[in-house]
Design a protein around this ligand. Sequence first.
Ligand code: ZN
Ligand code: ZN
Length: 329
Amino acid sequence: MGTWKLWRRGLIGGAAGAAAAGLAGGGPAPPQAFAQYAAPPTAAPAARKGLECIVLGTKGGPRVGPGRSNPGYVFLVDGAPYLVDCGPRVTGQLVAAGIPLQSIRKIFITHHHNDHNIEYGNVVDLAWTNGLDRPIESYGPPPLRRMTELFWELNERDISIRMADEGRPDPRAFLKPTELERPGVVYEDDKLRVTAALVNHPPIEPAFAFRFDAAGRSIVFSGDTTADDCLIALARDADVLIHEVIYVPGIDAIVSSLPNAATLREHLIASHTPTYDVGRVAKEARVKKLVLTHLVPGDNPRIPAEAWTDEPRRAFNGEVVLGQDLMRL
Ligand SMILES: [Zn+2]
Ligand SMILES: [Zn+2]
């Protein structure tokens, strides 16, 4: 008998034995024992006609905390989900929004910061263990293809076990990456057109914004960017512009205590859009509604809502909305 089996026997004499004794005594099995095989806890939302977007997370940056979730957006076309960005917690937020993971049609990645891509592979892997049985196409900057290969390599052990042990198909056939290097139409079918613009988010190149047009409606997501003319052109006359924003006084308050304060502050100002610029972007793009997202700092409850919205409202006559997690647009 191999070492693993001997260790397992030892465990059976301990914790598992106690659990078995509990069962023999008539107690219910612990629910978590079967959770990984259970159906998703939420049902799919009733399919609405047309184009809408559910904002999965409204905090910028990779810091994971109990408040706002990190970047992720799901666009729904007649109820069919298209995921944009895969930040920390995006998989759980999709479930919270009532989107079955295996129903995702495509994935778009704006750029390769980990608050936008760290769950890229995880969301497809977990869709697979949730019953995914067809490919999902993904679109994003290089090295998306290499990242996809390495993700499957990282998880090879679990994949081969589940294929043999649970009779699942090979998930590596279920993620088909396309690398984007240029702006323009990146995806089109009979219901939906997705157009990309290159935006300014140093030092990352390329970084994209995406515009979704479907059923006579248009919603644009800025990705991470400074106030940018290419984004303004992409968003021209859109119904909704979901735009990233930073609140500089709030940043000053948090970076002062960090060892990399000066560098971090410099990056944030040079790569993102302050509250005093984002209203002008919406005005020049002539959009109907501006939704503020990717809030930095997004986890300081002492910053009031008006700190985010006052300056944009002074610059832009349309509707200005402070983004909230799971908001439907
Ligand atoms: Zn970001
Ligand atoms: Zn970024």
